[in-house]
Structure formats: structure tokens, C-alpha cells
Design a protein around this ligand. Sequence first.
Ligand SMILES: [Zn+2]
Length: 133
Amino acid sequence: MTGLVTLDKDGQSAEALGHPDDCTEPAPGEVSQYQSETNNVTVTNANGDTQRLAARKDANLKFPSHSHDYSELEGCHDDASHTLLPPESKVSSSVTIDGSPVFVVGSAVETDPKTGGNVNIVAGGINSSVGEQ
Ligand SMILES: [Zn+2]
């Protein structure tokens, strides 16, 4: 089963690898709403939290600024933030909203543009029990 992904409440649904161990590794990211397009398809979990499902046309992966290099002299530096969109091959092949595929939990859905390390979607947002076969 593959978990469908909602927009992120806590900013911990994605991770980017390849950064220095002395800094933030993996760098945490969130599944976030993109621009103004929205859908109204929501799920509610056992705690009563309701979030929209993350579809490719209106969601992306946002990684706040984090360091990509470390030296004793400079400490953590070479900071950058990333905004990434998983390719069609890394989103749901069967669940779509208005023709737009929904994000799914998975590894190597993208690569960190500065380290080349894997970017993983590690949690389904508020509700990892929503799934597709
Ligand atoms: Zn990075």
C-alpha cells in the first residue's frame, strides 16, 4: 500500500539528504500549497485534524534554508532553500484530483539540487492511513 499525502501541518513530511553531518542532516521539509490553485478533497484523522490532499498541480516540497557545506573555520555555510516538485513518475499513478495526481509517500521522489542526495516523502501529512493499492 502506498500512503497518500496531505498538506503538511508540522513541516516534517519530507527530508533531503546529502548535507554535512555537522549541520542539519537530513534537512526537513514540508508538503506545502503551491500558488493559488486548490482542491477541496480533504481527509480527517482520528484527532479531528482535516487537511487537503496534496495534488501535483497545487502542492510542492518546500525546504527552508539549510547548510550545504561545513568547515571548522566557517562552520555550517553555503545555505540555500529548495522548492521541488516530484515528477509525474513519482506521484500516484491511480489517484488523481481533477486530473492531477496526488502525492504519495516514497523515497527518491526528487534530488536535493545542491547535494544530489535523495529527497524522500517520509510521512503522509496528517493521515498516513489513507492509502491506495
Ligand atoms: Zn539542500
